[in-house]
Design a binder for this molecule. Structure first.
Ligand code: PLP
Length: 381
């Protein structure tokens, strides 16, 4: 099916690559110099990566020297957590995180458990929310690191990262605070560095850059060791020849996003319209989370099988998701952690939006979902 025929409601999985990013990618790829080379052609490439870093750092609200390019959000999360706990290795081997984190965080924590770390997974309420009190209560004298996402990728719930940073630092300033900001970057009003976290992970393909580029913010003064060692690129923090085409595209996508008038308000408005239309068309539909963030919400058709619904809609060019794209058919650990009743869990769907999502697409989604509900089997009558 042609892209133009799609009604796309899966912007939390990935976003279309912006034309500005494609142009920057192509131009930078043609200028193939290695930023580490000592001749002019290499120096030009280094200067371009420096300018890209400034652009992304400015959008995050940090200094360019605090921002390191990586290959993706997953690498940034791995780096932050694996090396973050080492910063406090004398302090202890306890980690606090939430049960609703992305697999990039959860699987890293599980791996650390196998290496002798102890992890507290904070449980969300029925709306997917976590409280500062939960974070505070979980801290121990041997806590090395707290990892909390800003925006949940399946519910759109905004977690109290800024308040939690304050609570954690008040309890013990040595504890490192990592925030997975992948779904929050440029989707929230405030630049993410203002959260006060020591480490923040972001990813390019969620904001209109191609896949294969991310970044980690490391607050000045945090003595994080590199995860990848080698040629000492990225100021010795992340070895590997700089992905000059990707960094150019990342910066271009950031600029294009920031230039979009009222992007957050438009996204929130089309999400609200969609939820309204869905409720009108499908009286049985329940909203799991309307989402605090403008671009994500979760609904359920109780008793239906969400994978089947996703497939039926997909066949018609309507792209939605039964949870994070990373689950590949397994039930969502986020919805499961929220203790939803089984029929709700079975029928859970994630919808995610951009400022370019139209009301016509929303109407098409409502029609397609109604037709699917009318024709498919449900365990509830
Ligand atoms: N963290 C969150 C909250 C995400 O939604 C994702 C991707 O879906 C990631 C991390 C991983 O980012 P990437 O796909 O760039 O590895």
């Amino acid at each position: 099916m042609e892209q133009a025929q799609l009604a796309y409601f899966d912007y939390a999985a990935t976003t279309p690559v912006r034309p500005e990013a494609v142009a920057a990618l192509t131009e930078a790829a043609a200028q193939f110099g290695n930023p580490s080379s000592r001749y002019e052609f290499g120096r030009q490439a280094a200067a371009r990566v420096g300018a890209d870093r400034e652009t992304v750092a400015k959008a995050l609200g940090c200094a360019p020297g605090e921002l390191f390019f990586t290959s993706c959000g997953t690498e940034s999360d791995n780096w932050a957590i694996r090396r973050g706990v080492e910063v406090n290795r004398r302090k202890g081997k306890h980690i606090v995180t939430t049960a609703v984190e992305h697999a990039a965080v959860l699987e890293t924590c599980r791996d650390l458990e196998r290496q002798g770390y102890e992890v507290t997974y904070l449980k969300p309420d029925r709306a997917g929310r976590i409280t500062v009190e939960q974070v505070r209560d979980a801290l121990r004298p041997d806590t090395a690191l707290v990892s909390m996402m800003l925006v949940n990728n399946e519910t759109g719930a905004v977690l109290p990262a800024a308040e939690s940073v304050k609570a954690v630092k008040a309890a013990d300033p040595a504890i490192l605070f990592h925030c997975d900001g992948v779904q929050g970057f440029l989707k929230m009003d405030c630049p993410l560095a203002r959260l006060g976290a020591d480490l923040i992970a972001v990813s390019g393909h969620k904001i209109g850059a191609p896949k294969g580029i991310g970044a980690l913010y490391v607050k000045k003064g945090v003595r994080l060791r590199p995860l990848l060692t080698g040629g000492g690129q990225e100021d010795g923090m992340r070895s590997g020849t700089e992905a000059t085409a990707q960094t150019a595209a990342f910066a271009a996508a950031v600029r294009a996003s920031l230039a979009e008038p009222e992007r957050l308000e438009r996204t929130a408005a089309v999400k609200e319209y969609t939820l309204l239309k869905l409720k009108e068309a499908l009286p049985r539909l329940e909203v799991i989370s309307a989402g605090d963030a403008p671009h994500i919400c979760a609904v359920t058709l109780p008793g239906y099988k969400s994978e089947v619904v996703v497939r039926v809609l997909g066949d018609q060019g309507v792209c939605i998701s039964s949870g994070s794209a990373c689950h590949k058919g397994k039930p969502s650990h986020v919805f499961a952690a929220m203790n939803l009743p089984k029929p709700w869990l079975d029928g859970a769907l994630r919808l995610s939006f951009s400022p370019d999502t139209t009301r016509e697409e929303a109407d098409r989604l409502a029609r397609a979902l109604k037709d699917a509900a009318d024709s498919l089997f449900t365990t509830l009558s």
